[in-house]
Design a protein around this ligand. Structure first.
Ligand code: SF4
Length: 376
């Protein structure tokens, strides 16, 4: 089956969705309102993982719009369209350069699926001026900044580009000597594994990987997303010598249970994917209210899950991807949350590696919600 052909069968309208999932009149009306604001795009493969009779199904929550998306902010607090501060680090032509050593290139605004919890919701599936227009110019920026040791091709999903376009882009990066490695951030192993059944693509990635190390950070959130088909897609990357790392997000109603996290991390290891990050859900408009887990609750879930993990399963870091940089949530001592900053923005290198402490509250879901501790 051709991956482009199958993409045309994606479920993008409420009328089409009704053929697969029973909807009440109210749900149907709500869905029409939500999809006017943020489009729906669900591959048939991913929809087949949804239990159509279960309104609270964790797979459903990630792909089918919900009336709660009409709430811009809500019970969890203020929201923003750009929680990670991407806009401040936009160097033009698709390049975001936040940390000295990493450059991110927005290669596409399209994804195989539009995840309802996406932190780039303001861009994905919508036309925007962030996407790279001329990749050679983006590569020139990277070549001229010798402090950059790695590039993240992101979006949207780079694997949604035609293979020949992706080849051209990667070839522009191949000869930049100061790049140690390239990452292709993609959720297709989870949402649209058929894309990786393209032999031409996998052969090219294998050849590229011999010259410049390639990593694929992907995004499994729930153990039911690990299927024979996703396993095969991951295997195709691994057999090309590519390391696949997972960046999950802690999401209410999806994976906010100890046993779900345990099954997820162990399931990933079984298919050769490294648990790498577990992100705290960002305060994104139309996402935070119904997806974010309060930090106090989240840290306990993660700590309890860690008690069940072997050494490889517990290698992942629980992370706040903040405007000031990446903060690892180390744990809590009573009401005190202990964090360690892992990365700092350009020009703030003295902040990297510092320890931070904040007072946990019952409902605080984001670093800025937690009061500073004056003396400790
Ligand atoms: S695949 Fe990633 S970028 Fe695309 S909608 Fe899902 S979370 Fe967002």
């Amino acid at each position: 089956m051709d991956w482009r052909e199958e993409l045309r069968n994606n479920i993008t309208t409420v009328d089409k969705l009704k053929e697969y999932i029973p909807l009440t009149t109210q749900e149907e009306a709500d869905l029409r309102k939500v999809t006017d604001i943020h489009p729906m795009n669900i591959p048939r493969y991913y929809l087949s993982l949804v239990d159509p009779q279960e309104r609270l199904d964790p797979i459903r929550k990630q792909c089918i719009p919900d009336a709660q998306e009409l709430i811009v902010a809500g019970a969890m607090g203020e929201t923003t369209g750009d929680p990670y501060g991407d806009d401040k680090h936009d160097k033009g032509n698709g390049v975001l350069h936040k940390y000295d050593y990493s450059a991110l290139v927005v290669t596409s605004e399209y994804c195989a699926m539009y995840c309802r919890h996406c932190f780039r919701k303001r861009m994905v599936g919508l036309s925007n001026d962030r996407t790279v227009k001329n990749f050679q110019n983006a590569a020139n920026y990277i070549a001229n900044h010798r402090e950059i040791t790695n590039v993240i091709m992101s979006g949207g999903d780079p694997f949604m580009l035609p293979t020949k376009v992706l080849k051209k882009m990667l070839n522009c990066l191949r000869d930049i000597g100061h790049l140690n490695y390239v990452r292709i951030g993609s959720r297709v192993p989870v949402t649209y594994p058929i894309r990786l059944f393209d032999d031409e693509l996998v052969r090219f990635l294998e050849e590229f990987n011999k010259e410049k190390a390639l990593f694929v950070p992907t995004h499994f959130n729930h153990p039911r997303e690990i299927t024979p088909v996703s396993k095969e897609a991951v295997w195709r990357l691994r057999s090309a010598g590519i390391t696949v790392n997972n960046q999950a997000v802690l999401l209410r109603g999806v994976n906010d249970k100890v046993e779900t996290l345990v099954d997820l991390m162990n399931g990933l290891l079984r298919i050769g994917v490294n648990p790498y990050y577990l992100y705290q859900c960002m305060p994104v408009a139309r996402v935070r209210h119904h997806f974010q887990v309060p930090l106090r609750q989240g840290v306990d879930i993660v700590d309890k899950a860690r008690q069940h993990f072997d050494g490889y399963a517990k290698r992942f870091k629980f992370i706040i991807g903040h405007d000031i940089g990446k903060l690892e949530i180390c744990g809590r001592v009573g009401n005190v949350l202990v964090l360690k900053q892992l990365h700092a923005r350009s020009g703030h290198n003295e902040e990297a590696s510092r320890l931070l402490v904040r007072l946990l509250t019952e409902t605080g879901g984001w670093f800025d919600d937690l009061p500073e501790i004056v003396s400790f």
